[in-house]
Design a protein around this ligand. Structure first.
Ligand code: SF4
Length: 260
């Protein structure tokens, strides 16, 4: 029986797709964003250990599709009354695309609204496998300079673009581009203009912006890792407003969403 390695199931989320959602966090991510708020999810699909309050904890639990479905169906009433549903996140949910596909397939049998949060940086084939069972794709665009993207995050821009194109051209799937606003990395005018040019190619006129925060910083401490964003302040209201203006000037509506 197929199992997925899950490191969290979060209920009552309102920032991860439409309505009230239950978010299933899958382990594994090929990227290493310096600002990552789930660093315990990075790397291969395998357990991670950290030391929290003096105790060693193992992150991640193998679960069957049925176990996850039983868990998320507890909130079915909230999904129905809020036009919400289930969102697969990570990590990079595509890192376990076979499990994700089977889980989405099962959720569709219950007519549950489904979404995925992805960077599209594994393979377009992985996303293609999931698209028949997805209603929404929340697609994170980060750094649009190819060399910089490779150097900073370890991602391949052509894979990102290919996956994005696939989602954009799939009928019946709502594509929501999201941009984490990270000081020194993504939240500069040159990068934002590149994102705007890219969105324009697909006639997209709305973007969700996710301002940087330091909420994941203690996890680096538990893992014994250095936190590259230590001491970097959150963007000020003025800075966020200036960024919104960049999008508005190009006729793209910016929506400030949850947090990066
Ligand atoms: S893609 Fe997401 S989970 Fe992966 S390293 Fe970046 S922020 Fe973390």
């Amino acid at each position: 029986m197929m199992k997925g390695l899950i490191f969290n199931i979060q209920r009552y989320s309102v920032h991860d797709g439409s309505g009230i959602r239950t978010v299933v966090f899958l382990k594994g991510c090929p990227l290493f964003c310096p600002w990552c708020s789930n660093p315990e999810s990075q790397g291969a699909v395998q357990h991670t250990e950290w030391i929290k309050n003096g105790k060693t904890e193992t992150i991640g639990e193998w679960k069957t599709v049925e176990e996850v479905v039983d868990e998320v169906l507890k909130d079915e009433m909230f999904f129905r009354t809020s036009s919400g549903g289930v969102t697969l996140s990570g990590g990079e949910a595509l890192a376990q695309y076979e499990f994700a596909r089977e889980l989405l397939k099962e959720l569709k049998l219950y007519s549950i609204h489904t979404a995925i949060e992805t960077t599209g940086s594994t393979s377009a084939y992985h996303l293609k496998e999931l698209l028949p069972y997805l209603d929404q794709v929340l697609f994170d665009l980060k750094i649009m300079d190819e060399k910089n993207l490779k150097k900073v995050l370890g991602a391949n821009l052509s894979k990102v673009k290919e996956s994005f194109k696939l989602a954009a051209e799939t009928e019946g799937v709502e594509l929501i581009p999201r941009v984490p606003l990270i000081p020194d990395y993504t939240a500069n005018e040159e990068n934002l203009m590149q994102i705007i040019d890219f969105l324009k190619k697909y006639n997209i006129n709305q973007v969700h912006l996710l301002p940087f925060h330091q909420y994941g910083s203690n996890k680096y401490h538990y893992l014994g890792w250095e936190y590259a964003m230590d001491g970097i302040p959150a963007l000020s209201t003025d800075e966020i407003n200036n960024i919104k203006e960049i999008f508005i000037a190009k006729k793209i509506i910016p929506i400030i969403e949850g947090l990066a």
